[in-house]
Design a protein around this ligand. Structure first.
Ligand SMILES: [Zn+2]
Length: 365
């Protein structure tokens, strides 16, 4: 992710901070300075920093649980709107997801409890429950912040932890896809209710509601696609009926073919059917600008080593992942010997999934 930098590493997990978080810290320190001078600035800075330490500990709850199941946890990112622990894959087993989702809130619960207990022991219960919120001290304020974080995280809607808990519970009963669908719709109903309340109270609530609504939908799309793709390989996604260009063809002829067909990417093959490169519409236009209409297609094509190729036996996830990473309209699919088999295009991936949805819908009926 851009605008973020590494501040440390715990075990195999890299801890990163988004630059806007530093802006937020600076903003609060400035606010403290205007009220109380240097001591106010330090006080505000320390308070906000400790909140983010709390959030980091929460994320490490998730990370520790994922590691317990042997799932990789490459990094955790702190942003002004919270923490994001990346885990290498979602567990298939609902019970594992339940434990991973609950581990973060559990850390927050213990932390908030320890802070509240410490404040009561050292300063009495009035320090934890003052007559007005402005009288809260550093540690009592932190205890209440952790209580708020706990409540927010347990809202049963994606992408909050509560949504994952709900999905895990539903999935163990109704299966992954149906469980996710019910959890996502529940979260979206909550988000709409939130937005209505937000319009009367605070525009911030409306923004959070929109974030929750879209986050929930993204989770549903991901799970449905994964289910539809099933054990599909790249072969199923490959368009084999494609127009092929010989290496000696001039760009002028390639452009003539482009303008008379729907195809937007063309493989260039040698006489033995070996893939030499691919030529997209953009490659052609750039090639004409750089080398002229008479130059051969080989002057403008992207070499397989540059564009990337998809081995025909790759999984759906790998094939689509490579296509997205390449930022190209199409990638060539090759067999183990490097012979050209066909193209994977974005349009075709969409079509295959659409057909699969209809097919599965038909057999379910
Ligand atoms: Zn969490």
């Amino acid at each position: 992710m851009g605008w973020s930098f590494t501040i440390g590493r715990v075990g195999e997990t890299v801890v990163r901070v988004h630059a806007t978080l530093l802006l937020l810290l600076g903003w609060y320190a400035w606010g403290g300075w205007r009220v109380d001078g240097a001591s106010g600035a330090v006080g505000e800075f320390v308070f906000i920093a400790l909140i983010f330490v709390s959030i980091l500990l929460h994320e490490f709850g998730h990370i520790a649980a994922a590691r317990h199941y042997g799932i990789g946890t490459p990094d955790v990112l702190l942003t002004p709107i919270g923490g994001l622990a990346r885990i290498a894959r979602m567990p298939e087993e609902p019970r594992q997801e339940l434990v991973i989702a609950l581990a973060g809130p559990l850390v927050t619960l213990v932390l908030g409890g320890l802070l509240a207990g410490g404040v009561i022991l050292l300063a009495g219960s009035d320090a934890l429950f003052p007559s007005s919120a402005s009288q809260l001290g550093l540690w009592s304020g932190l205890a209440w912040t952790n209580a708020l974080l706990l409540g927010f995280n347990l809202i049963p809607a994606f992408p909050m932890d509560g949504g994952r808990v709900l999905r895990a519970l539903l999935a163990s009963r109704f299966g992954m896809v149906r469980g996710t669908l019910i959890a996502v719709r529940t979260g979206q109903v909550l988000a709409v209710a939130f937005a209505f309340v937000g319009f009367q109270w605070s525009i911030m609530l409306v923004l959070i509601a929109a974030f929750v609504f879209l986050g929930a939908q993204a989770e549903l799309d991901a799970v449905q696609t994964k289910h539809l793709a099933g054990s599909m390989t790249a072969e199923r996604l490959t368009v084999t009926d494609v127009r092929v260009l010989p290496p000696e063809m001039p760009l002028s002829a390639a452009i003539a073919i482009l303008t008379r067909s729907d195809q937007r990417a063309f493989p260039v093959l040698d006489a033995s059917g070996h893939l030499m490169g691919t030529l997209t519409r953009d490659d052609m236009l750039r090639g004409v600008a750089d080398a002229g209409l008479a130059a051969p297609v080989t002057a403008a094509m992207a070499l397989p080593a540059v564009s990337g190729v998809v081995p025909v036996a790759s999984s759906f996830e790998e094939a689509v992942g490579r296509l997205h990473e390449s930022r190209r309209d199409a990638l060539p699919v090759v067999d183990a010997e490097g012979h050209f088999i066909g193209l994977i295009t974005r349009d075709n991936v969409t079509d295959v999934l659409l057909v699969e949805r209809l097919r599965q819908g038909a057999t379910a009926r």
